[in-house]
Design a protein around this ligand. Structure first.
Ligand SMILES: Nc1ncnc2c1ncn2[C@@H]1O[C@H](COP(=O)(O)OP(=O)(O)OP(=O)(O)O)[C@@H](O)[C@H]1O
Ligand SMILES: [Mg+2]
Length: 283
């Protein structure tokens, strides 16, 4: 069933994808983006975007990537680490592709040398190379962390020729902290937290406005307070609760969504139990 037509929405408002059309600029998301843009612009070498699960890191990373890709002075790309057991060969090849190496078959014969030469070529063309690594908390292999540090030693007449922006959950910092030399090179760091109650309201309102809908005719004020409480202000969970609540409301033809519906939806998503577990842990 499609609830968009029931609510006369132009498209789906709460899909869990990092769609830049829906980017809601809370102060912290805006600040994170600004800091990372600055780190890229000034070629600061090494920057981190850290945050709890589902707080918007990948969304900010996509927004940053869109900005860097639009600007021809950047040579840029995003590497997503899907698991921990990747080889240095895989990483070097991905970096090679991003910096425009035509042929990576012989890369492993002398990877640092070949990549450095290409980075110098790009620098001569006036290009700034910025590599984004998402899910960088999967960088658990200290040997690979050390190789990234090796890249940061590459400098030309006081100019860096590569900047890495690492994005991940707090575990990322634990890996970095084990390499003191890398830790000292962190030039910018941003931490994304959960949204406040007001931000949650603004977030839902904004998403609805993008699809041509009005928050006050869709969610009652107390339902929004509950969404904030069960989601813990995490955008991914806010989306999931709202999406399920809208489906329920359209099915029952009952608007606005009220607190009872949010209770039911949160129960069926297992969020009430989770909240209770979190509460118990704090005792
Ligand atoms: N500032 C924002 N504006 C609009 N939507 C957002 C924002 N932040 C997060 N979201 C939404 O929340 C969902 C989860 O965000 P995202 O995937 O960026 O989180 P994450 O921090 O990368 O999560 P994980 O820790 O699991 O990698 C996204 O799909 C997006 O729909
Ligand atoms: Mg992510």
């Amino acid at each position: 069933m499609n609830y968009e037509s029931f609510f006369q929405m132009s498209f789906e408002p709460f899909a869990n994808i990092p769609d830049t059309r829906f980017f809601f600029e809370t102060n912290q998301h805006k600040m994170a983006l600004l800091r990372l843009m600055h780190a890229a612009d000034k070629m600061r070498g090494f920057a981190l975007l850290v945050g709890d699960v589902g707080t918007g890191k990948t969304t900010v990373a996509r927004k940053l990537l869109a900005y860097l890709t639009r600007n021809p002075k950047f040579q840029t790309g995003l590497i997503v680490l899907t698991h921990e057991n990747f080889s240095d060969e895989w990483l070097f090849k991905r970096i090679g592709q991003i910096i425009g190496l035509k042929d990576t078959t012989n890369l492993m014969k002398d990877p640092m040398n070949i990549l450095t030469r290409q980075l110098i070529n790009l620098d001569r063309e006036g290009k700034k190379t910025v590599i984004l690594i998402d899910e960088a908390n999967k960088l658990s292999d200290s040997r690979i962390v050390e190789q990234i540090r090796g890249f940061l030693n590459l400098e030309l007449n006081d100019r860096r020729i590569i900047t890495f922006i690492l994005i991940g959950v707090p575990e990322l910092e634990r890996h970095i902290l084990q390499n003191e030399s890398l830790q000292q090179r962190i030039a910018a760091r941003t931490y994304l937290k959960s949204l406040s109650k007001d931000e949650t309201y603004g977030y839902i309102k904004y998403r609805l406005s993008v699809v041509g809908a009005n928050i006050s005719s869709i969610f009652s004020p107390d339902s929004i307070d509950l969404i904030h409480s069960y989601s813990n202000g995490r955008p991914r969970l806010i989306n999931t609760i709202c999406d399920n609540a809208l489906l329920e409301a359209a099915f029952l033809q009952r608007v606005p969504v009220d607190s009872t519906m949010i209770e039911e939806v949160s129960e069926s998503l297992g969020l009430k139990k989770q909240q209770f577990e979190n509460f118990k842990r704090q005792l």
